[in-house]
Design a binder for this molecule. Structure first.
Ligand SMILES: [Mg+2]
Length: 111
């Protein structure tokens, strides 16, 4: 499956009554909420003696992907455009692969 195919299929489950502004707001709130669910699984593993629930964590990562697709849709962007722009940014930042000194000396606006 290609990422844009995922976006198309996932957005068939988007609430059609939401207007574009609400879609964007829902997406960023959803990203935060699902990230919190993922963090909670890792927290329980790290600090509360639980086994790492990899299956549950993988499901939460899928939920994060859904909200990422929603955010891209709200911005009239494809998931591929979002992912490619991220790779382009990282390639510019770390042309030889990760280097701590390049991370520490990032230029203003390199977020
Ligand atoms: Mg979830």
């Amino acid at each position: 499956m290609q990422v844009n195919e995922y976006q198309t299929k996932a957005m068939k489950t988007l609430n059609p009554s939401l207007d574009k502004k609400d879609v964007l707001i829902n997406s960023v709130m959803g990203l935060c909420g699902e990230s919190g669910e993922a963090i909670d699984i890792v927290k329980k593993w790290l600090a509360q003696g639980h086994e790492l629930d990899r299956e549950h964590l993988a499901k939460e990562l899928g939920d994060i992907a859904w909200y990422l697709a929603e955010a891209a849709t709200a911005l009239d962007l494809s998931l591929e455009e979002i992912l490619q722009a991220n790779l382009d940014k990282l390639q510019k930042r770390y042309p030889q692969g990760f280097a701590a000194e390049r991370s520490l000396s990032r230029s203003h606006g390199d977020e």
